[in-house]
Structures are given as structure tokens and as C-alpha cells.
Design a protein around this ligand. Sequence first.
Ligand SMILES: Nc1ncnc2c1ncn2[C@@H]1O[C@H](COP(=O)(O)OP(=O)(O)OP(=O)(O)O)[C@@H](O)[C@H]1O
Ligand SMILES: [Mg+2]
Length: 479
Amino acid sequence: MCHTLAMRVLIVDDEAEPREFLSSVVSSWGHHVEQAGNGEEALLLLDSISVDVILCDLMMPRLDGFEMLHQLRQRQDVPPAILMTAFGSLDKALKTIHELGGFWFLEKPIDVKALELLLRRAAEQSRLGQENQELRRQLSFSGLLGDLIGQTPPMQEVFALIRQVAPTTAAVLITGESGTGKELVARALHSNSRRGGKPFVAINCSAIPESLIESELFGHERGAFTGAVDRRIGAIQAAEGGTLFLDELGEMPIPMQVKLLRVLEDFRFRPLGGKQEYQADVRIVAATNRDPISAIKDGKLREDLFYRLNVFQIQLPPLRDRKEDIPRIVEAMVVNMNRKHGTTVKAWSPAFMDYLLKASWDGNVRELRNVVERAVIIAGEGTLESHHLAPVFRGVPDTRATFPEQSVSTLGVHIGMTIEDGERLLIEATLSHAGNNKSRAAVILGISTKTLHAKLKQYRLTMEETADEESASGAFPTR
Ligand SMILES: Nc1ncnc2c1ncn2[C@@H]1O[C@H](COP(=O)(O)OP(=O)(O)OP(=O)(O)O)[C@@H](O)[C@H]1O
Ligand SMILES: [Mg+2]
């Protein structure tokens, strides 16, 4: 008869006679057998050896089978277990199977044929489990970390750093050009830490009006300021036990940076208008697409805050420095886009990929995503061809380039931006050109003043902030 691979089987039974009998039967099938007289003994043994299958009596003095498996589960993955039940203990066996999952049971006295069959199945499950683990290990080393894809050496370095830093509570500063995946890294840091089950709260420091940023961060009591009709929990409190992601840190107003630094000293904070101080348990991860050193020089980033947050810096390489990652990223994107748009794209032509590999990707992975999304929508099914790419992408002259004076590129509009971002940029520039005169700006933009007002409200832009942002930079919130 053909036996399955030899396994290491642990037989746990308080009665020596049936235990010895089973041992000899199981070893005669070519398996290696270990024995334990009760749950405690078994746990001790499992501290030093690992087994493929546990054959376990349910009713035992000291530590019964249920408790033993329960305790084992807290420490490690439980190997497949076959429970041996005496007459009348079926309820308990079912409860064990139900609560601890993935087990079989055999009624005593043991039918040897049935046991042999079960052992074979258990071997199969154990082998599958190991393969799964191996697969997971390979995947994590071969270019996947959470939603991040990257097999090239610079990305592998990033992955290694994430794995190293994630389990600690050290603050992390993520830098890199726009669209390089800073938010994905922040999320990977969170989910690879013990805080993974707790909240991940992201605040975009550039999207919040300066007057509100303090209450966003610290919360406020009712009536703390005009408009504070209700008590509000701030981001620090919302992230309790988890991770607080400060996105676009370089856009945070300087006075706020001072306050943030103070919180980072001892993690104590007080909501606006509140008397009580709270102790926060949050892990801070910050990101900026500015070069921090020049941001410090330009007075946009406080040096002390930088040093406080820069315990670890993870610098994301631009996509142009890791183009070999493009095919794998595109593959994942096509799968996502098919799901999102109900399309059935299955492949791409060599010419299509050629264009992608040659592009300079100033907007990095975000730009790539937008290009792929457009191509998938246009193609709808089958193969992505180069004509599914926008003309400008294929080097076909862009009519926009013929605009005189303020050309689109001087506004910083580029592929990879959303329509909303581009629109906001145009509105801001036009407003500034019109000396902040809204009705004039509306005429130039070809929309009604009412529409312009609505859009400004939508972007939560006031005239003052427009002026502020003007002098700040071309970086805008991405959501
Ligand atoms: N390595 C990667 N693998 C797969 N997808 C990625 C990768 N990096 C980025 N992306 C995707 O690209 C897009 C932009 O990523 P993300 O928002 O994290 O960039 P960012 O660096 O935070 O940009 P910004 O500075 O503009 O906020 C997202 O859709 C993200 O899913
Ligand atoms: Mg971002």
C-alpha cells in the first residue's frame, strides 16, 4: 500500500494502554510518533518540537484536550488535530471543532482504517499549510508588501526598512515625490505593526484651513470658539492605540508645528476650550513631498520638529528610477480597474508597454495609474494597445502647448493630476490674475459667479487662503 509522507504525530492520551496501541499502529505506517500523558505534558513537549498532526484524547485529567488546543492556539498555529472522543463526549468534540476550527474527531474505540484515512488527509492539510506559509514568505520577499508592489532593489530596500521599523513605536518620516506611494507606505507601517487592528487616521495638513487645524488635531469642547456647536474628537484621540498619519507635513502652518512638537514631547494634549489634558497612545507617521532640508531652509518646516519626526526616514524612489517595476504594477492595476469598471482587459501589446517603459513619469505611480485607468476604460476588453494611450503620451503634439503666455505647464498641471486638482489650480491662478476679483475671474473662466462661489466653497477656499497658498507652493491636496 502506498503511504503518505512520513509525519511526526503526537499522541496525547492519559490511558497508557490505548496510547501504546495507537503508537505502534501509527509507527507501523511509517510515521514518527511522540507521546504525552496529558495536555500539560503535550504543551511542554511542543515547546521543543514541532509536529505535523496531533491525535488527542478529549477527556483527560489536569489539562483536557480542549484546553490544551486552546492554549496551544494562543502560542502558535495549531497543527491539524484529530480528537478522540469517548461515548457521550460528542458535544464537547463538536464545540472544540467549532471554536478551534479545522479538526476531525474519531469515536473510541478507534477504527484503525478510519484513522489511517484521517492521517492521510491531515498530512495533506499540513503540507498545504506549509506551502501556503512558504508562498506568503516568497510573496513578501518577492515584491509585495500590503498594496505596495516593487521588486527592484530600491523598493526592496524600502520594504526591508518598513519591516524593520513597523513593529517599533518610533516616529517615521516618509519622503518622496508626489505619487510615489507615501500613503501606501504609511498604511503598510500601520498594518505591519501590532497597532494593525486599531485605527489608522490620516490628516492632510495642507487641506485643512489654518484656523481649523488645531481643532482637527486636538478636538474641541462645545463652545470653544464661534461655530463649535458640538464637542468634537480630534485626530489624535481618534487614532488612539493606532497610527496618526500627518500627510503633507511641509504644508502645516509653522505655529501649528510648534504645538505639534510640544505634543510629541510627552504625548499629552488638551482639546480646545477644555480643561482636561489627555495622554495619547499614537504612533506618528508623517509624509512630505518636499525635500525636508530645503523646506527647513525656506522656513516651511521647523528644524526641531523635523529632528523629532525623523527618527526613521523612508525615502521613496521616483518611478523613473525603478521602471522594471512597471509591468507588475500595471498588472495589478488592470485587475483593479477591471473590477472597478466592469471591464475585461486581459493583456497588453508590447508597443503599449514600450510607451510605458519609455515615459518619464514625473507624476510617478499615481500618473501611471491614471494612464492605465484611461486605457482600460477606452479598451474595455481584450488587449491594451498603444492607441488606447492619450495622444500627448505618444508624443503627438498637444494643442495646449500652443497657448501663449501663461501656458498650462507653468501652472504645474500635469498628467497624473485629477480633474479636481487641475480645476482648483486653474481657479486659483485665475483668481490671482484677476486680483482676487471673483466676478472677473468667473468671466475669464467662462463660468457664472455663482458656480465659482460654489467651487470655492467646495474646496474650502477663502480669499485669504488663496493668497496664502499662492505664496506657498504648487503642492495641493490629492483627495
Ligand atoms: N509601489 C506601488 N505599488 C502599487 N501601487 C502604488 C505604489 N506606489 C503608489 N501606488 C499607487 O499610486 C497612487 C499614489 O500613491 P500615494 O497616494 O501613496 O502617493 P503619495 O506619495 O502619497 O503622493 P502625494 O505626495 O501626491 O500625496 C495610489 O493609487 C497608490 O495605490
Ligand atoms: Mg499622499
